[in-house]
Design a protein around this ligand. Structure first.
Ligand SMILES: *Cc1c(COP(=O)(O)O)cnc(C)c1O
Length: 452
């Protein structure tokens, strides 16, 4: 057997043309690192007897190349969402409009007037960029964009209710997902929780008795991811706002998804809109950028100027502030609403407003192209902590496969990965959430797998 000392050295490997190519692709330090690690592994395996003979130089370099490829692979990359869940939190929530991506790209590539007033040539404020748009769209006196809605809740309560009482219905002390619990965030802000009502029922009189003692805020939190059905009661929001105002207490409304459009027009049930909350008289309204608004990740705070001024001045505002690409993206998406082109431009609204005929047409085209499967009726959902348990009819391509689990795994290994769902051991693909420009890649991936 060839002795270990015949193993080539790093120096020898460096003389090869293959290594020169690796250096060009991955850089010298990383390539050296990979060569050393590959040789070390071989030595270890050789000594432990799990390697019969010394590998050739070509095979050593091939191992080094796979190591380099693994080290430099992006962990975050695009996938094809064929699940029919429109705002899939695990798949990055809302895809963005072309104009939004262009705006984010433009400010990221170079410098911008993020905090520079072009008129005076002096320091400006990053807060103005989305504010005017939000004022115009919602009629709010003032607005602020932060990192996400969770930070909007934390900041708002810290600024307005530290060490003070906040009155909230017990049925709204919800966990949003990923361990984000409203009561924990409220405590974190220093607010003193005053829970009113029972799990299923809260009456106006419950709020009124809690408001007999001084309170900083009344808070409403939208139950984004579950429904209470049966023997339930909650006062009308307008009545609640009036009762709070009678007691001289402002109302904060955490809407979560922040729809500007009525989702009922797409066949879902009605989700409270930002405009309705404004009309009912909420003093501060909080919502996410990347839920039903269809913008990048952001938390949007709108409301009365006096309260927003306090929020903007709080030290946490700096800690949770939005960056330039977020501000550019949120503004570009809001502009679609202002110009009444949201349904045409914002991907999630396009998906929701697809007609059954259009979805069926796409599923049939996939079936014809693959020469396999059946087009069947099914349901698409919104997901992402909006419209709990709500779905709208769709058409699915159903594929019969030997093992659904194995096929799903193979789909996930495709480049780009394809995420689908199964029912009764069949694979289901929903055209509603597959972006038109991804259809080609989806069909190539499926053809390869179905053939293999
Ligand atoms: C989703 C949600 C949040 C958290 O929003 P993020 O933008 O994900 O931080 C907060 N409150 C409610 C009611 C929500 O639905």
């Amino acid at each position: 057997m060839t002795p270990l000392r015949n193993l080539p050295s790093v120096e020898q490997l460096l003389q090869t043309e293959t290594t020169a190519h690796l250096i060009a692709r991955f850089g010298r330090p990383l390539t050296l690192d990979a060569l050393r690690q590959t040789l070390e592994d071989i030595r270890a395996r050789f000594k432990s007897g799990t390697l019969a003979g010394l590998p050739s130089i070509d095979s050593i370099l091939a191992s080094a190349e796979s190591t380099l490829t693994a080290w430099t692979a992006q962990t975050l990359h695009p996938v094809i969402n064929a699940t029919g869940v429109i705002l899939h939190t695990n798949l990055g929530r809302a895809p963005l409009s072309d104009a939004t991506i262009r705006a984010m790209d433009a400010v990221s590539r170079g410098y911008s007037n993020l905090e520079f007033d072009l008129e005076s040539g002096k320091r400006g404020s990053r807060l103005i960029h989305a504010e005017a748009l939000l004022q115009k769209l919602t009629g709010a006196e003032s607005a602020l964009v932060v990192n996400n809605c969770a930070s909007a809740v934390l900041l708002t309560l810290s600024a307005l209710a530290n060490k003070k009482r906040v009155v909230i219905a017990r049925s709204q002390l919800v966990e949003i997902g990923g361990g984000f619990r409203i009561p924990d965030v409220m405590r974190q802000s220093g607010a003193k929780l005053v829970e009113v009502g029972a799990t299923n029922k809260v009456r106006l009189s419950d709020y009124q008795s809690a408001l007999e003692e001084p309170a900083a805020l009344v808070m409403r939190v939208h139950r984004s991811n579950f429904k209470i059905i049966g023997f339930t009661e909650e006062p009308d929001f307008k009545e609640l706002v009036d009762a709070a105002h009678t007691a001289g207490v402002p109302v904060v409304d955490d809407l979560g998804s922040g729809a500007l459009y009525d989702t009922a027009q797409y066949g879902f049930s009605h989700e409270p809109t930002v405009q309705e909350s404004m009309q009912a008289g909420a003093d501060v309204i909080l919502f996410s950028g990347d839920k039903l608004l269809g913008a990048p990740q952001a938390g949007i705070i709108i409301g009365k100027k006096a309260l927003l001024d306090k929020i903007k001045k709080h030290p946490l505002a700096r800690a949770v502030r939005a960056d330039k690409s977020c501000l550019a993206g949120v503004s570009a998406t809001l502009m679609h609403y202002l110009k009444d082109e949201a349904e045409r431009e914002i991907p999630i609204l396009k998906m929701m407003s697809l007609t059954l005929k259009q979805v069926k047409g796409r599923a049939e085209a996939w079936r014809d192209e693959l020469r396999q499967g059946m087009v069947v009726e099914g349901q698409s959902t919104v997901g992402g902590g909006s419209l709990p348990g709500e779905s709208i009819p769709t058409y699915l391509l159903e594929l019969k496969v030997k093992s659904a689990d194995k096929f799903l795994r193979a789909l996930r290994k495709n480049n780009p990965p394809i995420i689908a769902r199964t029912e009764n051991d069949n694979i289901l693909l929903d055209p509603r959430t597959v972006l038109p420009e991804q259809e080609g890649a989806l069909l190539v991936g499926l053809k390869n797998l179905l053939r293999g």
